[in-house]
Design a protein around this ligand. Structure first.
Ligand code: ADP
Ligand code: MG
Length: 741
């Protein structure tokens, strides 16, 4: 790209990287207090946004206060009044919990419409600050005590001639503060800092800004801290939210477009009706859902293009993502390249291998490779590689892979080890991608030799599309929002304590009697002296001897030898085992349609997404299914952690909609975690909330696409500041790509 002449943009850069920030001229204890709030520069301070604002624009008369109190008003009010009487600070008989003496001051204030009593507790200094005759603005809550209207612990600002009141008569921001530095102090500092900061750089070209109807960035920063009215605050927030997500989207879209332009991918031939992928679909024992069909078409379109596919398939548990994955693999194979399917656990990899074998048998017969039929009739060669594949087999597989004889390699992260050497990798599928790190995904991509392979990542942790675009903005998204027809509903109930547990056992017994199977899942594998929690190993023994003597009880957990794990799973799959006791190894992907009941013990120990995933192991056949979440929590527990856990369990019990649950999860855990999980160095969002601001995110996304389509390198004069900001905010994440621009 041509050298761009860059004059540094004028004004203070709010999103400048740490090293280019303007230090705050504050020293001593105040600097320390600020540092604890994460504030050390002018930029930090200006981005220390208020938690909320209180409206003190409206002055009340005392008579109005009486009416308000009568009407049940509980918010803050402001009055302009004169101190009539001022009591002394007196000790109260009742002491504080820590044994200190409490003090109280009583006073009365009045205006031309009346008088009210005012009380302060433990604020002796007030007695020195106010004297009868002083005029001040008082703001605080009102209430009726002993039949009398009273203001409790109001804050106040004395009226001095010649000075405008600072904290009243306005909409006042309330800041996240600490014991060492209070909101009001932050507000004063904010004002001085803002005044001294001068002009604030706005990277958005002003014609564009006006078209979008946003205030300038400088006005937004001023208005969030010093609004004229409530309307001002709303406008300011919108602009700041837009800024936060816009440079993020710009960076993500930039990176994506740049990859598309510069990275050499593989252009797979379009799938013909008689080619492998379509024959495979035709031979399935069911019809694709329309969501599956759409996803397959999107995959096919991506794969014929000359740049690598980066697509995320998001789907509800049981929505049939595997079929889409296989479609991609077969498309690559049909075009003469190899494919890889990576799963997070051996159990899942093994199961994929079995499924694929069975489906391919149906579609292409049981004979592998070049044999009876010529050309396209050949059944693809599929191999399984995991950490516990015996050495002799492993060597043979690796040779087949590097010779290009293995068409589809299924496995765990064993696939990304150095010794695995594909002759011509065309597509790599990562199942349950949230279980892998970014680096593992990248390692798989690096296995390509003919150009970057196409990448398809799949996740059953569904999140709303706007959120997906925010977090995975460099990926295209296909959503499977439809379950295959004929699925019977899963009923979920909560079980508290032993009595309910006995009912759960009865339910399991009943299901088994009618020919079905059950999972019982535990949070722990082994007993632990530290907790009261049940463990899979101990419970498997107890259940087999004391509860289900007449049934066959199996056990599977992560620490078992791989052969034993396989044996346990295949006994369950085959129906020999009635009740499978398990840890979360069965969380992802396990597909045994005959299992119709799941009991999850100590359910409060699991995360929301995890419970949803676990429950997804049942209800996969045509039978109504039952999920029981057992817990020893007190159903009326008021402690915060208990209440949150109960909320989680109730949410899972009330819906099977993964998108809805993802939203609850997001609310409970906060959005920060999602970004943290995604990539460190992602620009921080302070005001933007992905759920709340979906419209702004979409606008930012669309605008980023539009601008970068017209000006791919942001080289136009009016885009220089945008480009600089995007680079600053993405410095850690995409140094290689963006800084080399
Ligand atoms: P997930 O999206 O959770 O990975 P799977 O791909 O494991 O789901 O599919 C779940 C089950 O649904 C499997 O038994 C699969 O064979 C079956 N299935 C997939 N697609 C369909 C369909 N269109 N109609 C009926 N059953 C389907
Ligand atoms: Mg799956």
């Amino acid at each position: 790209m041509a050298e761009v002449v860059e004059a540094p943009p004028k004004g203070l850069e709010i999103y400048a990287p740490q090293r280019r920030r303007t230090p705050l001229r504050v020293t001593g204890p105040r600097a320390e207090a600020l540092a604890k709030l994460g504030i050390s520069s002018v930029q930090d301070l200006l981005q220390h946004y208020p938690r909320y604002h209180v409206d003190r624009t409206q002055l009340r008369t005392i008579r109005e206060l009486r009416k308000l109190a009568g009407g049940g008003h509980t918010g803050e009010v402001t009055v302009h009044a004169k101190v009539v009487t001022m009591g002394r600070s007196v000790a109260m008989r009742a002491k504080t919990e820590s044994g200190k003496t409490r003090t109280m001051i009583k006073a009365s204030i009045g205006d031309e419409t009346g008088q009210i009593g005012v009380t302060w507790f433990n604020q002796s200094w007030v007695a020195r600050a106010l004297s009868p005759g002083d005029v001040a603005f008082f703001y605080g809550r009102i209430g009726v005590f002993g039949g009398k209207l009273q203001m409790t612990a109001p804050r106040f600002e004395l009226v001095r001639t010649g000075r405008e009141p600072f904290n009243v008569g306005r909409v006042i921001p309330i800041y996240p503060a600490s014991a060492d530095i209070k909101s009001d102090a932050l507000r004063r500092l904010m004002w001085d800092t803002f005044e001294a900061a001068g002009e604030i750089m706005d990277p958005l070209p002003s014609d564009l800004r006006l078209r979008l109807g946003y205030m300038s960035r400088g006005d937004a920063i001023r208005s969030i801290h010093f609004p004229d009215d409530k309307e001002d605050v709303i406008k300011a927030r919108r602009r700041i939210v837009f800024d936060e997500v816009f440079s993020l989207q710009l960076g993500l879209v930039y990176r994506k477009k740049r990859l598309e332009r510069t990275v050499q991918g593989i252009s797979h031939p379009a799938s013909a009706p008689d080619a492998l992928p379509e024959r495979f679909i035709d031979a399935l024992p069911f019809d694709l859902t329309s969501a599956q069909r759409r996803a397959c078409d999107e995959v096919a379109t991506d794969m014929t293009k000359a740049y690598p596919m980066h697509r995320l398939v998001e789907g509800e548990v049981g929505s049939g993502k595997t079929v889409v994955a296989l479609y991609a693999c077969l498309m690559a194979i049909a075009g003469g390249s190899q494919s890889a399917l990576m799963a997070p656990t051996e159990v899942l990899a093994e199961q994929h291998f079995l499924t694929v074998k069975e489906l391919l048998d149906r579609a292409f017969g049981e004979h592998e490779g070049a044999n009876l039929f010529a050309g396209t009739s050949n059944r693809p060669v599929v191999r399984l590689l995991t950490g516990s594949t015996p050495a002799s087999q492993r060597d043979e597989i690796l040779m087949g892979v590097s010779a290009g004889e293995v068409d589809l390699l299924i496995g765990t992260h064993a696939l990304i080890q150095g010794s695995v050497d594909f002759a011509r990798l065309g597509v790599a599928v990562v199942d349950e991608q949230h279980r892998f790190g970014v680096h593992q995904r990248k390692s798989l991509r690096d296995k390509g030799t003919m150009g970057e392979p196409d990448i398809l990542v799949m996740t059953a942790t569904p999140i709303p599309r706007t959120l997906a675009v925010t977090i995975y903005g460099d990926l295209d998204v296909s959503i499977l929002d439809e379950l295959p027809a004929g699925r019977k509903p899963i009923t979920t109930s909560l079980a508290f304590g032993d009595e309910h547990r006995a009912d759960a056992y009865d339910a399991i017994r009943k299901e088994v009697a009618s020919g079905h199977q059950a999972f019982i899942v535990y949070a722990l594998r082994d007993e632990s002296s530290k907790t009261e929690l049940r463990s899979a190993k101990a419970e498997a023994k107890r259940l087999a001897t004391d509860v289900f003597q007449d049934l066959s009880v199996g056990l599977v957990h992560g620490d078992m030898k791989s052969q034993d794990k396989e044996a346990a799973m295949s006994a369950f799959r085959g129906g020999t085992t009635h009740v499978l006791v398990a840890t979360t190894v069965v969380e992802v992907g396990v597909d045994v349609p005959n299992a119709t009941v799941m009991l999850i013990e100590d359910a409060e120990r699991f995360g929301l997404a995890q419970l949803h995933q676990l429950r997804g192991r049942i209800g996969r056949g045509g039978h109504a299914s039952l999920c029981i979440l057992a817990t020893d929590l007190d159903p009326g527990g008021a402690e915060e952690s208990t209440a949150l856990a109960l909320e989680r369990l109730n949410a899972v019990a009330s819906t099977t909609d993964g998108f809805e649950l993802a939203t609850v999860d997001l609310r409970q855990r906060g959005e920060g975690q999602l970004f943290g999980a995604r990539q460190s160095g992602m620009p921080q969002l302070k005001l933007a909330r992905v759920l709340e601001h979906q419209d702004v995110i979409k606008q930012a996304r669309d605008l980023a696409v539009q601008i970068l389509t017209e000006d791919p390198d942001l080289a136009a004069f009016e885009h220089i500041a945008l480009r600089r900001e995007m680079r600053d905010r993405f410095a850690d994440v995409a140094l290689d790509v963006i800084q080399s621009g």
